[in-house]
Design a protein around this ligand. Structure first.
Ligand SMILES: Cc1cc2nc3c(=O)[nH]c(=O)nc-3n(C[C@H](O)[C@H](O)[C@H](O)COP(=O)(O)OP(=O)(O)OC[C@H]3O[C@@H](n4cnc5c(N)ncnc54)[C@H](O)[C@@H]3O)c2cc1C
Length: 313
């Protein structure tokens, strides 16, 4: 029992303001839980997508616009949303203290981890040095710098295909380089790629060398060919973020580092739930709709948990 608590105690703090976090906020607020969402970028990873056609209510929308709609609804239902980077979590007497990089502390009875995943890197020399000098991980953010130029996209999944299609409307020529035998994204996107006049698909190919001193000038691919390009967009998927503050808790992960959750999105640590791309849930199908669903399930589970585990403040 905690007495004389002068500080603001939230029922739920959500770390991450992507689709999982924002949807969890919408549901939690409808359950009248005092909810705070803390995230770096409202809308999350989908803000990098120029065209989303598979969210049920949207025929064709940018990720930025869809994120703004979710944020607006989360606020309308009563969630507080602030933009900060979380750097630590500690626990005492059943209450969690969540700390941000600007030395602020927030206290909550429960947590949802919804901080998503990070872009996977190529891991070849010069990748870091040439970042922002021809190399990018986000076509919608940086594509306009390559108007009427030649660019390459690496990857074969939906994010690579949609990036290539977006760039094809800006650049003169787009190489789509993929190590597999055939592209593996949605057939609808593959059809669009095949119909495009300025996208050249190079299969069974990997980028082996980045050439250029102060800016990217050429890339070498696995068959020895060199391609002169101005920009290279790395879209080879995402991977789990391994935060030290999560390692402080007994949160089980799979061998890759994705957080293991049960059907109620609970982690192995009492009081902490997880939702979205960072979990092993939804049959590992990492999409906006599944992130939203996991956020909703986590919020409902926390509502039930807090009804039976209430701490007087
Ligand atoms: C180019 C591209 C196109 C895509 N197209 C589609 C599509 O058409 N349809 C579809 O369904 N999916 C698409 N996706 C996938 C979709 O974006 C993700 O599945 C979805 O965004 C996952 O949501 P999330 O809330 O789990 O995580 P995220 O969206 O990654 O959100 C996590 C948030 O947490 C924040 N965060 C991370 N660490 C911290 C910290 N320490 N403190 C505070 N905040 C933190 C991040 O900055 C981010 O804002 C696409 C992805 C990309 C990259």
């Amino acid at each position: 029992m905690i007495k004389n608590m002068a500080i603001n105690i939230y029922d739920l703090i959500i770390i991450g303001s992507g689709p999982a976090g924002l949807t969890a906020g919408i549901y939690a607020s409808r359950y009248k839980l005092k909810t705070l969402i803390i995230g770096k970028i409202n809308g999350g990873l989908m803000t990098e997508s120029h065209k989303i056609c598979n969210f049920p209510t949207e025929e064709d929308i940018t990720g930025l616009a869809l994120g703004e709609k979710m944020e607006k609804n989360a606020r309308a239902q009563g969630s507080e949303i602030i933009n900060k980077e979380i750097t630590n979590i500690s626990e005492s007497d059943g209450l969690f203290t969540i700390s941000s990089s600007d030395n602020m502390d927030f206290v909550s009875r429960s947590i949802i981890l919804a901080y998503g995943t990070a872009h996977r890197h190529l891991g070849i020399p010069k990748e870091k040095e040439l970042l922002g000098k021809g190399i990018s991980y986000c076509a919608t953010c940086d594509g306009m710098f390559f108007k009427n130029k030649t660019v390459a996209v690496i990857g074969g999944s939906d994010s690579a295909l949609t990036s290539a299609l977006y760039l094809a409307d800006i650049a003169n020529k787009v190489y789509l380089i993929y190590r597999g035998e055939k592209l593996r994204g949605e057939p609808s996107w593959i059809e669009n790629i095949n119909q495009s006049k300025n996208i050249e698909v190079l299969l069974n190919s990997e980028v082996t060398e980045l050439i250029g001193e102060n800016k990217l000038e050429k890339i070498k691919i696995s068959n020895g060919t060199q391609l002169e390009i101005n920009g290279l967009f790395v879209e080879i998927g995402t991977e789990p973020i391994k935060y030290d503050f999560v390692k402080n808790f007994k949160i089980d992960t799979d061998e890759k580092g994705y957080i293991e959750v049960n059907q109620a999105q609970q982690t192995s640590q009492a009081g902490i739930w997880a939702a979205g791309d960072l979990t092993t849930g939804s049959n590992n199908f990492r999409q906006i709709i599944t992130a939203c669903a996991e956020g909703a399930i986590a919020a409902e589970s926390i509502f039930k948990y807090l009804k039976t585990n209430t701490i007087s403040s």
